[in-house]
Design a binder for this molecule. Sequence first.
Ligand SMILES: Cc1cc2nc3c(=O)[nH]c(=O)nc-3n(C[C@H](O)[C@H](O)[C@H](O)COP(=O)(O)OP(=O)(O)OC[C@H]3O[C@@H](n4cnc5c(N)ncnc54)[C@H](O)[C@@H]3O)c2cc1C
Length: 257
Amino acid sequence: MFSAQQYVKATSLQQALELNQKRSSAILGGGCWMRLGKKNYATLIDLSGLGLDTIEETPEEIVLGAMVTLRQLETSPVLAAAFGPLFARMTEHIVGVQFRNCATLGGSVVSRFGFSDIITGLLALDCEVELVQKGRVSLADYVQMPYDRDVLARVILKKNGRRAWYESFRNTETDLPVLNCAVSCLNGSARVVVGARPARAVMQEFGQMPSEQRLQEMLDKTEFGSNMRAGAEYRRQLAGVLCRRAIEQVKGDAECR
Ligand SMILES: Cc1cc2nc3c(=O)[nH]c(=O)nc-3n(C[C@H](O)[C@H](O)[C@H](O)COP(=O)(O)OP(=O)(O)OC[C@H]3O[C@@H](n4cnc5c(N)ncnc54)[C@H](O)[C@@H]3O)c2cc1C
C-alpha cells in the first residue's frame, strides 16, 4: 500500500498540474493500481473536487471527465445510446462491480497498460484526450507518447455514428485479458484494434470491412508475445477468432456491410 506525506485536494486543474511536476508527486485516481505499490509520495493530488466525474453530451461529442469510474462507463445510458453495448462489454470483466466503482477512466488511460480493455475499446472510436498542459491530442497519438507529468482532464468521443463491437478472452472470468479486440465502422470504412497482445494495442484502418485475407495480413504483421497467460502463437490464433466475431457483429449494421 502506498503512503503520502501530504494530501492536496486540488482546487483547479492548473494547481494539480503544478503540484504534479515533482517526481515525488502523484495524481490520485481511484487508487486501485497505486495501492499495489509501496511508494511514499511527497504529495498526493486528488482531483475529486473538480467536477470531473461526469459524462456530458453535446450535439457533436460526449465528454467524459477523468474521474468517471469504470462502472459509470459500463452503465451510462448516454454511452449505450451512442455506441450500443461497447462500453458495457469492455468493462464488465474488470475484476468486479466494487472495483469498477473505484477505478477511474483517467487512471486507466494514463497508465496505458498493455493489457488494457479501456484503451482497446476507446481506440475503436474517434477519441481524443484533453491534457492540462498539451491540450487535446488524439488517443492514437497519446498511446504512443512517453509517460510524462501532464494531467489528464477529460476524454472526448466524437458522436459521428461510428458503430463498434468489443471482444475479449480471459482464462477466468475476471482475470486480465489474454487478448482483446475491437472493430468499428463509419461510412463503410472499418477499423480493427487488437490489444493485450500482451503489449499496447495496435490499430489498422481499412477502406471497407476487411476480407478474410486482409485481416490475416494485418494479424501476420502484428507482433504477439508470450507470458504466464498464453503463448504468442495462441494469441495470434485467438486474435483471428475474436476479430472475425467482432466483424460479424459490426456487419449486422446495414451501413457496415
Ligand atoms: C487487480 C487488478 C486487475 C485489473 N484488471 C484489469 C482488466 O482486466 N482490464 C483492464 O483494462 N484494466 C484492469 N485493471 C486496471 C484498472 O482497470 C485501472 O486501470 C487501474 O486500477 C488504474 O485506475 P485507477 O483509477 O485505480 O488509477 P490510480 O491507481 O489512482 O492511478 C494509476 C496511475 O495513473 C495516474 N493518474 C490517475 N489519474 C490521472 C490523471 N487524471 N492524470 C494524470 N495521471 C493520473 C496515477 O498518478 C498513477 O500513476 C486492473 C487493475 C487491478 C489493480
